[in-house]
Design a protein around this ligand. Structure first.
Ligand code: NAD
Length: 542
């Protein structure tokens, strides 16, 4: 494939995929009709990256940095990715959570260039025509939302588009899924957010959300329209409300290449945390007893994946589920309770009622506690001290987001456990000094899973995404955590080397996809070389 730009002259400077801005060499400028259109002194890519770093450093608000980066993405895609990949730990929170949340909330007030595909339910019956308007001929990866449950911010209607855009940027920046194959999509089925509907600047349909059969028929039409034009595409569902997310995944999981990161990616990143923590605590997975504070979709999703991973190390699914215990707002989930929901039932145990979490810890003797309750401070001193008395190295994961909801802080976990806790959280915490040691808290961020999954699917053209692929991804992430990180208590790979870690995970997944006969490309022989060769890198190629 030639790398020669498809446009020339002024149009080339307006084509983000081919534009190099000031990095066009003098020879390029002469050949491509650019002479006189740029300041005379050419830059290198490294200098352009430094220029953006400098510009961002002077901006006081993260949302302004987000906008500068978003404009850059619309102007010079290579430079945009070069900037993000120059320092992923700094830039990920600017192009994705938490900053993207504010961008979604302000979407209608800060709207700039169009990006992605908007499919309103008012176009029902004509979605294929709308999909035909997308310019790319080979889309492989779609992140789609209906905007109903954007992060922890609720229904943001069409403003949810910031999420597919930001998330796809991470697929590229963190694992090399080529940007030209990615398509962000927002399905606009209305919004129940009245403030938005009454905002004169709101850009979506001003109607209540469509529910029930009409909603699901619209989803079916969307899937059909996408796969008719892009048969090799994987569809990743993002930030749908549980009431739709779970049935949509159940409908399509066995039929097409699809997954839901909120459900499956979350579970995998938590499993990865437990597996890596075992490198510190020294235990085996089937010996663990995990007590969840919270029994919602996150808790049950994580519990089920851990249980399934336990079965691969020699115990039955029933025994494995009994090692994953749930505790919700009404106490321990037991078989005698009459308010236990169907999706919680597999984890209900035969036990006397307990309505205090510290008491549950003492009675059930967990090796790990995972907080997914959305309620801050519930891993209090009593709870953490009990965990430290029961375990040489207690595993303590307050996963509720954002930071203000975390069940405890990193500092509290280390202090109350006298430095024994193996800690990871949903939102980031800075390093903690306790006694003479610096502890580096890990963040159970789905970014360790979904970009690698995307890269493996892209490279192999996988026909399905299975639960086993998520268990394998979790194992591969845990294997990336080196001794130096473990010595500091860090149980996820450092975000600074996310690209290499993701490629390793993608290679393991690709091997599995070929082994299971799920690949739709011929076996390449050397799978690692094959995956690496397909990974996008932000370079101006001659
Ligand atoms: P959910 O609303 O479905 O579930 C919340 C659960 O917490 C319910 O079972 C509820 O009964 C329980 N709960 C509420 N108050 C409680 C109390 N006082 N004591 C005990 N239990 C209580 O929410 P969810 O979708 O399962 O998400 C839960 C949290 O997990 C969120 O904060 C989310 O941000 C976080 N999360 C983090 C990650 C991650 O870090 N990777 C991933 C997914 C979810």
């Amino acid at each position: 494939m030639s790398n020669e730009p498809t446009s020339r002259g002024y149009a080339l400077l307006r084509d983000p995929r081919s534009n190099r801005g000031t990095a066009f060499s003098l020879e390029d400028r002469s050949r491509l009709g650019l002479e006189g259109l740029l300041p005379p002194q050419p830059s290198t890519l490294a200098l352009q990256v430094a220029r953006i770093h400098g510009e961002l450093a002077n901006l006081p608000e993260d949302i302004h940095k987000y906008l500068v980066l978003s404009d850059l993405q619309a102007r010079n895609e290579t430079l945009f990715y070069a900037v993000i990949m120059s320092d992923p730990a700094t830039f990920m929170p600017l192009v994705y959570t938490p900053t993207v949340g504010e961008a979604c909330q302000k979407f209608d007030h800060i709207f700039r260039a169009a990006r992605g595909l908007y499919l309103p339910i008012s176009a029902k019956g004509r979605l294929a025509d709308l999909v035909a308007n997308w310019p790319a001929h080979d889309v492989r990866f779609i992140v789609v939302t209906d905007g109903e449950r954007i992060l922890g911010l609720g229904d943001l209607g069409v403003g949810g588009m910031g999420i597919p855009i930001g998330k796809l940027s991470l697929y590229t920046a963190c694992a090399g899924v080529p940007p030209e194959t990615c398509l962000p999509v927002t399905l606009d089925v209305g919004t129940n957010n009245e403030a938005l509907r009454n905002d004169p600047l709101y850009l979506g349909l001003r109607q209540e959300r469509v529910r029930g059969q009409d909603y699901h028929a619209f989803i079916d039409e969307f899937v059909e329209a996408i796969l008719a034009r892009y048969p090799r595409a994987c569809i990743q569902w993002e930030d749908f409300a549980n009431q739709n997310a779970i049935p949509i995944l159940a409908t399509y999981k066995e039929k097409i290449c699809t997954f839901n990161d909120d459900i499956q990616g979350t579970a995998a990143v938590a499993l990865a945390g437990i597996l890596a923590a075992l490198h510190i605590t020294g235990g085996r997975l089937p010996e663990q007893r995990v007590l969840f504070l919270g029994a919602g979709s996150a808790a049950t999703g994580i519990a089920e994946l851990i249980a399934r991973a336990m079965t691969q190390e020699g115990i039955s699914l029933e025994a494995a589920r009994a090692r994953n215990l749930l505790f919700d707002v009404n106490g321990l989930i037991t078989t005698s309770r009459d308010d236990v929901m169907d999706f919680q039932k597999p984890f209900a145990i035969d036990h006397a009622p307990i309505d205090d979490f510290a008491t549950a810890v003492r009675a059930l003797r967990p090796t790990a506690i995972v907080g997914v309750s959305t309620v801050p401070k519930l891993f209090n001193q009593q709870v953490v001290e009990a965990m430290a008395e029961l375990n040489e190295r207690p595993i303590i994961f307050p996963y509720s987001n954002p930071t203000s909801r975390s069940e405890c802080t990193a500092e509290e976990a280390y202090r109350w456990s006298n430095g024994k806790a193996v800690f990871a959280s949903g939102s980031p915490f800075p390093p903690v000094q306790f006694n003479d040691k610096i502890f580096v808290p890990g963040q159970g961020n789905n970014v360790y899973i979904f970009p690698a999954m995307g890269m493996a699917i892209y490279a192999t053209e996988a026909s399905r995404v299975t639960d086993q692929m998520f268990i394998l991804a979790a194992r591969a992430v845990a294997d990336q955590v080196d001794d130096e990180s473990l010595a500091q208590g860090l149980i996820y790979p450092p975000q600074s080397r996310i690209f290499e870690a993701s490629l390793q995970v993608a290679i393991r997944l690709a091997e599995h996809i070929f082994d299971e006969g799920l690949a739709r490309v011929p076996h390449p022989g050397d799978i690692a070389a094959y995956v690496r060769a397909r990974a996008y890198r932000p370079e101006y190629r001659a």
